[in-house]
Write a protein that binds this ligand. Structure first.
Ligand code: CAA
Length: 701
């Protein structure tokens, strides 16, 4: 237990060294060790100054998140931080890697902070549905100012060491990477100057610019970015307390608000996603040490919106990419869209002109298969048509170099069938991007029956390089994301036939937290695209009511946003209700003898979510996804489900599986077996009083 933190001394300088891999999280032995070592320092008459430093890849990266669901064990971090600050000899934090959450709070308990330039400092608790509960909400405003501290805590985004230095959170920047030597020199300087401990709690908050409306206006400005989330408002309340209350009272307030966050369903969901994202990286039968194929050049077949977005991901990561189109006109159009996208990013100040030029230089275009033979990874991104895809893969089989990974961006089609068009099915894999491909963070990686393990491992690793969150899935129509999205749209469509206004369904879904409601999303994706996918689906439900309104709108040439009319009408991008939809729904409902019914808000959510959950359970039963949490990652990253719901499977666990099954059974009584038969896995869990999380643990997933 003593090894997580050690005490040593060189002449008058004491070193308190944390060594708790992988990220020096503040688990109990670290908190205890810090307290013990600090007391040792206080009692060591030969030591005049102490340096708190960490071994390994980073400074303390926060509280130990795995401890959050367990009973509290003392010493609690705020006590450790306060005790450290009270020490009457100077303690310096020496920072490398990331000082995050409780890590930065510990550093702020020290009297001074030095950091290497590559370090980053932040309070990302909000991303876990929490607030910095070890006096961080009280200290950071004192150090860097109220507005700046609010921005750091409400966004959760870390500051670079240089920014932290400019703002006063870091007192000394260390040149080079030798932190220990730099921190020692800094300590000597402070000793020579006779510097006394500087306690942040004693710093007066700078009240400049804090007029009576400051917090009201801050809340309003944060509203759009933080819609629905619980923790941001709690953070603002803490900072308000920092400004209006004596320090000790405000700390007490922080502690109360922290406990509320910790108990909240939001935090449970957001913490679930934190671990879900990391678990998604692990593939049971593909060991971590699997050798990777080298990817130095990439080719993208198809320069449409999707192909262009895909190419940008690689250029952004510094990887040269060649894009193939069928003729010069299409190619020029594709390259033009990429240029426009980058220019818009530069205009928004999110990219420098030099970065823009560098990225454009990395993207080239061809109208034949020349250049493709040099690529280590080829991604096909043409439209969703099996015959065309097979033709392209046949061609790639002839032209691509041996060992190249051949990926398809198909969103629904069978990777095994595509792979069979080549003599190298082991090299074929699905890389399903989500539109817009340069923005959305999800990548569904689809393994075929014959996909080689190193192709899977390389794909997962490349996803990280291009800053995507990858989830590995197996072959089925629509894979995980779209397969579950179909019932979601299906239910929205059915409710429209039952007389529920389009905009009401979307409003309820939006208020539940979805980025957009199902009807608005259908219009954005293109009703023609959805209709085409339905028609390509061999097992399309034998149900004349299935997505009937979409089918009828498509027959009239109304494809959604792109034609200006769909489930809504569009004036630019602004949507207004389309009266034609209500009328069409009434007519079709009469033909299909669908009764007009009252549907409550609760039922809207149940039908949208539980239809997805049931499909998710089938997906798990069939082994298409490895774990329920993988499905949650797909929905958090690819479909605009709010992180505070934790994804559909976590949501089902939070509601209770028994409740889910009883609601599904209620809809089966009303609508019959076709859609609403509870999946065997759901029934099994409900009968045994278990959750998806319990099931995953039992599976060792
Ligand atoms: N607690 C427990 N485990 C943690 C952890 C934490 N705070 N941070 C990371 N880990 C674990 C990860 O789960 C992962 O474990 P596996 O290898 O078993 O999957 C391992 O450490 C490595 O993490 P990453 O894969 O994320 O490594 P990375 O190098 O890509 O990123 C990092 C490193 C930037 C530190 C990133 O892990 C991270 O952002 N961690 C969370 C930081 C954070 O949110 N801190 C605040 C915690 S809340 C808090 O401190 C509350 C408070 O006020 C008291």
């Amino acid at each position: 237990m003593g090894d997580a933190v050690t005490y040593s001394r060189e002449d008058e300088i004491a070193f308190i060294t944390v060594d708790n891999p992988p990220v020096n999280a503040l688990s109990l032995p670290v908190r205890q060790g810090l307290q013990d070592c600090m007391r040792q320092f206080a009692n060591d008459s030969a030591a005049q100054i102490a340096i708190l430093i960490c071994d390994g890849r980073t400074f303390i990266a926060g509280a130990d998140i795995t401890e959050f669901d367990k009973p509290r064990q003392d010493p609690w971090l705020p006590e450790v931080v306060e005790e450290m600050e009270a020490c009457d000899k100077v303690i310096i934090a020496a920072i490398h890697g990331t000082a995050l959450g409780g890590g930065l709070e510990t550093a702020m308990g020290c009297h001074y902070r030095c950091a290497v330039k590559s370090a980053r400092l932040g309070l990302p608790e909000v991303t876990l549905g929490l607030l910095p509960g070890a006096t961080g909400t009280q200290r950071l405003p004192r150090l860097i100012g109220v507005k700046e501290a609010l921005d750091v805590m409400v966004s959760g985004r870390p500051m670079s060491a240089e920014v932290a230095f400019e703002r006063g959170a870091v007192d000394e920047l260390i040149e080079g990477q030798d932190l220990r030597a730099g921190a020692t020199a800094y300590a000597m300087k402070l000793l020579d100057q006779g510097t006394k401990p500087r306690r942040i709690r004693d710093i007066e908050i700078n009240q400049e610019g804090l007029g009576s409306k400051f917090f009201k206006e801050y809340r309003r400005s944060a509203e759009r970015r933080t819609r629905g989330f619980f923790a941001p408002e709690q953070i603002i309340k803490c900072v308000e307390a920092a400004v209006t209350m004596p320090y000790d009272e405000a700390v007490q307030r922080e502690s109360e608000l922290f406990k509320e966050c910790m108990k909240s369903a939001h935090s449970a969901a957001q913490r679930h996603l934190f671990f879900a994202e990391r678990a998604a990286n692990k593939v049971a039968d593909v060991p971590r040490e699997t050798p990777l194929r080298e990817i130095k050049r990439v080719a993208v077949i198809g320069g449409g919106t999707m192909g262009g977005g895909i190419a940008m991901n690689f250029a952004n990561a510094g990887i040269p990419v060649v894009m193939k189109e069928v003729n010069q006109e299409a190619l020029s159009r594709g390259l033009g869209i990429i240029r426009n996208n980058y220019e818009a990013t530069v205009k928004k100040g999110r990219m420098s002109s030099a970065q823009f030029e560098r990225c454009m230089d990395l993207i080239s275009g061809v109208t034949d298969y020349s250049g493709i033979s040099e690529a280590d990874l080829v991604i096909e991104a043409v439209f969703e048509n099996m015959a065309l895809k097979k033709e392209i893969f046949g061609e790639l089989d002839k032209k691509a170099k041996a060992g190249a990974i051949l990926a398809s961006n198909t969103s629904t089609l069978n990777i095994d069938e595509i792979a069979a068009a080549t003599n190298r099915p082991q090299d074929v894999i699905g890389w399903h991007f989500f539109a817009p491909a340069n923005v959305m963070t999800l990548l569904e990686i689809v393994r075929g029956d014959k996909t080689a393990k190193d192709v899977i491992a390389t794909s997962m690793a490349m996803a990280k390089t291009i800053r995507k969150t990858a989830v590995l899935v197996r072959v089925c129509f629509g894979f995980v994301g779209n397969r579950m999205f179909f019932p979601y749209v299906r239910e929205a469509q059915r409710m429209v036939l039952e007389g529920v206004p389009t905009q009401r369904i979307d409003k309820v879904a939006f208020e539940w937290g979805m980025a957009m409601g199902p009807n608005a999303v259908a219009d954005l994706s293109g009703l023609d695209v959805l209709d085409k996918v339905n028609n390509e689906w061999a097992d399309k439900p034998d149900d004349p009511a299935y997505c009937r309104v979409i089918t009828k709108l498509v027959e009239r040439g109304h494809f959604g946003q792109k034609t200006g009319v769909g489930m809504y009408q569009y004036e630019g991008r602004k949507s207004i209700p389309n009266p034609e939809v209500a009328e069409l729904a009434r007519t079709e409902a009469a033909v299909l003898e669908i009764p007009q019914i009252e549907v409550s808000d609760e039922e809207i959510i149940e039908r949208l979510m539980f239809s997805m959950v049931n499909e998710g359970a089938l997906i798990l039963q069939e082994g298409i996804a490895a774990r329920p949490s993988d499905i949650d990652v797909v929905y958090a990253h690819g479909y605009g489900m709010p992180r505070y719901r934790g994804g559909p499977m976590h949501y089902a666990d939070a509601v209770g599986i028994e409740k889910v099954v009883s609601s599904i059974s209620k809809y089966r009584d009303r609508y019959g077996d076709l859609y609403w038969t509870p999946a065997a896995l759901l029934t099994k869990l409900a009968d045994s009083g278990k959750s998806f999380a319990d099931w995953a643990r039992e599976q060792g997933a």
